[in-house]
Write a protein that binds this ligand. Structure first.
Ligand code: PAF
Length: 283
């Protein structure tokens, strides 16, 4: 496995692979990899070669967010990539990705207007811009994104469709800890008590999923129940809980159809997200 830091090096390696007729899978990450990222890398080995980018993208963080404290450990990440079967790590510096006078952005309306888009202004502009740049650099056949960031996945699918980018987007299931907490690099911020408390999010969503399975049709009733369960945990503070159409991210009142039920919850100072997708109940 190779590790490179420049766009030029990635282009040389990928050009060579393409000359050999090899297919390329791509897993964009911000590093501090866990089993969730590794599941994406493993899935990407369905391609002949897998590229992983490790870049904490400054332009997708708001001024009061955790850009500076976001965990970074390239040595640890290298081992995780190797274990999972990656062929190339692209770990650029900020200046390699963004010239001092950088001024071109990819922005979107629609799927970015709700959920994290509402709560983190500018976040998806930063995500769309960096992912477009990475797609232009790596030119993969397929790119792999986790369902944990369900809105991000919907946004990237929309961007690829709207801008006719020739990459197949593959969504992969949420990977969870044994107690149900969705794996996230930000889980490392949690104290012991917060870590115990954080399980309330996945438990409440699981109750919601069962309610739909048992025939619940009202988004309002569902959200009220999930809210009540999460509020019962003193360390939890809800940022949002919403039911939206899984593709358009438009809020729904009826739970029939392809519905994304998404939650963002502060556990202490750490903001965690989780979700499930329901295809409606038969009842
Ligand atoms: O999901 C992430 O880790 C990031 O948003 C991504 C897609 C790597 C872009 O910086």
């Amino acid at each position: 496995m190779q590790i490179v830091k420049t766009i030029k090096e990635v282009r040389e390696i990928v050009t060579d692979w393409k000359k050999q007729g090899l297919t390329i899978g791509f897993v964009p990450t911000m590093g501090y990899l866990h089993e969730g990222h590794q599941s994406l890398i493993k899935r990407s080995t369905e391609n002949d070669r897998t590229v992983v980018s490790i870049f904490v993208n400054p332009i997708q963080f708001g001024p009061n967010e955790d850009f500076a404290s976001y965990p970074r450990d390239l040595e640890r990440d290298t081992k995780k990539c190797e274990e999972a079967g990656a062929d190339l790590i692209f770990a650029p510096s900020d200046s390699e990705m963004y010239a001092d006078d950088f001024s071109t952005y990819v922005d979107m309306t629609g799927p970015t207007d709700e959920l994290c888009g509402l709560k983190r202004p500018g976040h998806f502009k930063g995500v769309c811009t960096v992912v477009s740049k990475l797609f232009n650099i790596v030119t993969p056949d397929r790119a792999y994104f986790g369902q944990k960031d369900a809105q991000q996945l919907a946004v990237i699918k929309r961007m690829v469709r709207d801008l006719s980018i020739g990459v197949e987007i593959v969504g992969c299931p949420i990977i969870r800890e044994a107690d149900g907490l969705a794996k996230s690099s930000r889980n490392t911020y949690l104290s012991e008590d917060e870590r115990k408390a954080a399980v309330v999010i996945s438990k409440a969503l699981e109750t919601g999923r069962k309610m739909i399975e048992n025939g619940e049709k009202s988004a309002e009733t569902l959200i009220a129940k999930i809210t009540e369960l999460i509020q019962s945990e003193p360390l939890a503070k809800i940022d949002y809980i919403k039911a939206v159409d899984a593709d358009s991210i438009v809020p729904v009142s009826n739970l029939d159809g392809n519905v994304l039920v998404a939650a963002a919850v502060y556990i202490g100072k750490t903001r965690l997200i989780d979700n499930f997708i329901s295809e409606g109940s038969e009842k």
